[in-house]
Design a protein around this ligand. Structure first.
Ligand code: PLP
Length: 463
């Protein structure tokens, strides 16, 4: 399996090299050159498989010969038997023909564990084989940091530096990062905001000279293709559990960087019958405005009750645009350049093609809170604010009541107690493995909002 850049100028890579890279050298994102295809009969034959075995069927064609069959099977089994629910991704019914796919039974209680638990293990395997060490740097406003640290804490050849804005993440989220023990884990609280943190990460990737050519930087945000691959599996799992592939399904996806929903798009291309994919956003609704009005226009960041979806632009959307532009890298590079600085519209024909599959809907904080309350009153099911946005968008844009509607449950409500209280409900208690989180010892360093200070810290720590 070969991977190509969406901007057409970077070298083709295999899965393992893509795993160990961030952006392509031309500024694009890596995507598979060809998407593996499965017949309905073959997909049907997976109906009884437990999650990790299904994961092998779905993921192995993307991995190619980067990892041998036995190793990949072992890694997938280790990854998903570590989840707190035996079904790994259980479905909960909330109304007639309407479901939530619970993706929050991993160690950090958000769906990002599906990808980062796997990514950490793949990295570890690869780096030990190559006898190489790498540095992971990432910025987080919430869920990514803890999931990345949990995923890579056992990797001997990885040092991980996660930047978060000092005093601007919730206590549960901070403690989920700062209480994980390990000599290779380095939490840095920056005296600045999330954008400052993210800017420093971008600059570090662009100029890696502070690593003296001895180590490379690996990205753990959703531009890493290995993350997308892991997320394709649960679309198959949910569908097979509700009578697919004989029946079509609709999915509603709480969306930020467009990684999770892009995995659903790939599942469809692989042969899974998906009728509708709903892009559910909060007030940071650039994708909703684009899909509904064909106007791509950046607005300033707004802080909402669903912080993990607070974005200005969605990095993975480039991967969909690449397909809409008939995989023409040169044209896409031009388009991305334009989108960086001005308001852009697509050809109406291309937009119609996207709308055959995608719908979109934006939900404000008040409606998020109302939805949490409404669903709890109707079905005694407690939604987190991100999932609530998915459920609301599903109910507003559903095309066919006979097709099962599945909203991806992206986080456990206990992570967002403010939103639950705002809905007038009692927040649940932390699950057993985190019950002493508030008493655990924290470890993090506070640094000024200055790239040089961060680089000095990294150098001092690893050399
Ligand atoms: C990251 C995240 C999202 C958004 O996912 P994308 O892949 O960035 O679109 C939604 N909900 C929660 C809880 C998240 O952590």
């Amino acid at each position: 399996m070969k991977y190509i850049s969406t901007r057409g100028q970077a070298p083709e890579l295999n899965f393992e090299d893509v795993l160990l890279t961030g952006l392509a050298s031309d500024g694009g994102l890596y995507v598979p050159k060809d998407i593996p295809q499965f017949s309905q009969e073959e997909i049907q034959s997976w109906a009884e498989l437990p999650y990790h075995e299904l994961a092998f069927k779905v993921i192995s064609p993307f991995v190619g010969d980067s990892f041998d069959e036995k190793t990949l099977k072992r890694i997938l089994k280790e990854t998903y038997t570590g989840f707190a629910h035996k079904a790994v991704a259980p479905l909960q019914q909330i109304d007639h023909n309407e479901y939530v796919l619970e993706l929050f039974h991993g160690p950090t209680l958000a769906f990002k564990d599906f990808a980062l638990q796997l990514l950490g293990r793949l990295l570890d395997e690869s780096l030990q084989k190559r006898d190489e060490k790498v540095v992971i740097m990432g910025a987080t406003s919430g869920d990514t940091g803890s999931a990345a640290i949990e995923g890579t804490k056992a990797c001997k050849n990885v040092d991980i530096f996660i930047l978060h804005p000092h005093n601007r993440v919730s206590e549960v989220q901070r403690r989920q990062m700062t209480t994980i023990k390990g000599d290779n884990i380095h939490n840095i609280a920056i005296e600045g905001n999330f954008d400052d943190c993210q800017q420093m990460i971008k600059q570090s990737f662009a100029d890696q000279s502070f690593l003296r050519g001895e180590r490379r930087l690996v990205a753990v945000n959703s531009i890493n293709w290995a993350r997308i691959v892991a997320q394709i599996v649960y679309y198959f799992y949910a569908s097979l559990n509700l009578g697919g592939p004989k029946r079509e399904m609709a999915f509603s996806v709480p969306t930020g960087n467009f990684g999770d929903i892009f995995a659903g798009y790939i599942a469809k291309k692989m042969g899974l019958p998906i009728k509708q994919l709903i892009v559910a956003t909060n007030k940071n609704d650039i994708l909703h405005r684009f899909l509904s009005k064909n106007l791509y226009e950046k607005h300033p960041l707004q802080h909402t009750l669903s912080p993990s979806m607070d974005i200005v632009v969605s990095s993975n959307f480039e991967r969909l645009l690449f397909d809409l532009e008939d995989r023409n890298g040169e044209k896409l590079a031009e388009l991305m350049e334009k989108m960086g600085s001005e308001t852009v519209s697509l050809d109406e024909a291309k937009m119609s093609k996207a709308r055959e599959l995608f719908d979109s809907y934006a939900v404000d904080d008040q409606t998020t809170s109302d939805t949490i309350k409404e669903v709890f009153e109707q079905s005694e099911y407690l939604l987190d604010p991100h999932t609530a946005i998915g459920v609301k968008a599903a109910r507003e844009t559903r095309r066919d009541m006979n097709i099962p509607m599945i909203t991806l449950g992206t986080a456990h409500p206990v992570k967002f107690t403010d939103a639950i209280k705002k809905a007038g409900l009692v927040s649940p208690s932390l699950p057993a493995h985190l019950s002493d989180l508030m008493e655990r010892e924290e470890k993090f360093s506070v640094l000024e909002n200055d790239l040089k200070a961060v680089h000095n810290f990294v150098e001092k720590t690893i050399f």
